[in-house]
Ligand binder design. Structure first.
Ligand SMILES: C[S@@+](CC[C@H](N)C(=O)[O-])C[C@H]1O[C@@H](n2cnc3c(N)ncnc32)[C@H](O)[C@@H]1O
Ligand code: SF4
Ligand code: SF4
Ligand code: SF4
Length: 350
């Protein structure tokens, strides 16, 4: 980690929490939030705030569809001096946006969780339309001398679609994708709570599958990022360790995606209520003041140095009701990260 303190290198920016799709796997399935786009003055304010901070990467992501935001084009232009990552379902990209992506985006992450029927079952959309959009963007890139766009495919794995992974590796190679990121699902609904591929025990089948996939992807020239399939004690918060922060659609600053929305998680079948936890709103204070606040610094130090409990390693887990929410834990830390699946590399985000 590049030192603690003032350093914020990566800003996740949620342009909208709306979406044109309603994927069965999605975090949004357990929501009852007000749907909105980020206000333009919030966008302008955060742009001004980061001029004094050494941020290098902006990720247009969050839990919604960035290309569904009315501000997507404005945002891609406003932040063009940064390394931009855009995570998208790839479904609603008009010609102007295609050109803009080819010109201003460094990493285009498109979610593809299977081919044809498998894709349609999860996303309720025709994959061929997404592929046409991706190909158009790649064509637009060819006409630009300075485009440094690279394509990444993201696959969310469950028991139901894991058989599709080799097809998606083939597709990634044929699209010229540089990377294939495989994440596990964090179930939000009863429907998916038993469809997970990770356990607390060693799983020889998953080991064999992932080894096969590693060799397959290597031969295809794809950089493969795999999640863990066994829950281990080792923890590494992907947000804190990469000096990242999340600006939610509401202007609130969150430490990570997990605490940026009210969600229902099923962790190894156990229900958990996740409440939002923000360190302040960008409208009332500067990003620098927020990240330098005692409260955020203390949270960051605690997570970075792993001084928080680990429910998976605890003999009391079966009888303990504290992990029913993320409110606090048995060290009286609030909010609690004690059974986070992101820090255990079960879920991965770009
Ligand atoms: C929330 S989406 C936002 C960007 C865009 N709408 C998309 O679908 O790519 C970001 C990523 O999270 C993944 N995702 C959604 N729900 C998930 C869940 N319950 N567990 C793990 N990943 C999930 C999506 O498949 C996508 O790759
Ligand atoms: S496209 Fe993305 S944000 Fe929209 S429902 Fe699907 S996974 Fe969720
Ligand atoms: S909940 Fe997980 S991802 Fe969020 S700050 Fe805690 S360890 Fe990191
Ligand atoms: S919160 Fe409960 S289950 Fe988690 S570590 Fe503490 S005592 Fe154990």
């Amino acid at each position: 980690m590049e030192g603690m303190g003032l350093s914020i290198k990566k800003l996740y920016l949620e342009l909208t929490n709306k979406c044109n799709l309603n994927c069965r796997i999605c975090y949004r399935q357990s929501w009852s939030e007000v749907l909105m786009d980020m206000e333009e003055d919030v966008l302008t304010k955060i742009y001004e705030d980061i001029q004094t901070i050494d941020i290098s990467e902006i990720v247009f992501g969050g839990i919604g569809e960035p290309t569904y935001s009315k501000n997507i084009k404005k945002a891609l232009r406003l932040f063009e001096q940064y390394d931009i990552t855009l995570t998208t379902n790839g479904t609603i990209i008009d010609n102007e946006l295609k050109e803009l992506i080819a010109k201003n985006v460094k990493t285009l992450v498109v979610s593809i969780d299977g081919l044809n029927k498998a894709y349609e079952e999860i996303r309720g959309y025709d994959l061929n339309k997404v592929l046409r959009n991706i190909n158009d963007i790649i064509e637009a890139k060819k006409n630009l001398i300075n485009s440094n766009l690279s394509l990444v495919i993201e696959f969310v794995a469950t028991k139901n679609n894991i058989d599709e992974i080799f097809n998606v590796a083939d597709l990634s190679a044929s699209l010229g994708a540089q990377q294939l990121i495989v994440s596990n699902i964090i179930p939000q609904t009863e429907e998916y709570k038993d469809s997970i591929l990770y356990h607390e025990d060693y799983d020889n089948k998953m080991k064999e599958l992932f080894n096969k996939l590693r060799i397959y992807s290597f031969k295809k020239g794809i950089d493969l990022i795999l999640p863990k399939y066994k829950i281990t004690t080792e923890r590494y918060c992907p947000f804190i360790e990469s000096n990242s922060i999340v600006l939610g659609v509401d202007g609130n600053i969150y430490p990570c995606y997990r605490f940026s929305h009210e969600l229902n998680e099923y962790i190894l079948g156990r229900h958990k209520k996740i409440y939002k936890y923000s360190f302040g709103n960008i409208k009332n204070t500067s990003l620098l003041d927020l990240v330098n606040s005692k409260q955020y610094q203390s949270f960051k130090n605690t997570i970075y140095s792993n001084r928080y409990p680990s429910c998976f390693d605890c003999d009391f887990l079966d009888g303990c009701n504290i992990p029913e929410t993320n409110d606090y834990d048995c060290y009286l830390l609030s909010p609690s990260c004690s059974d986070c699946l992101w820090s255990r590399r079960i879920a991965i985000c770009p």
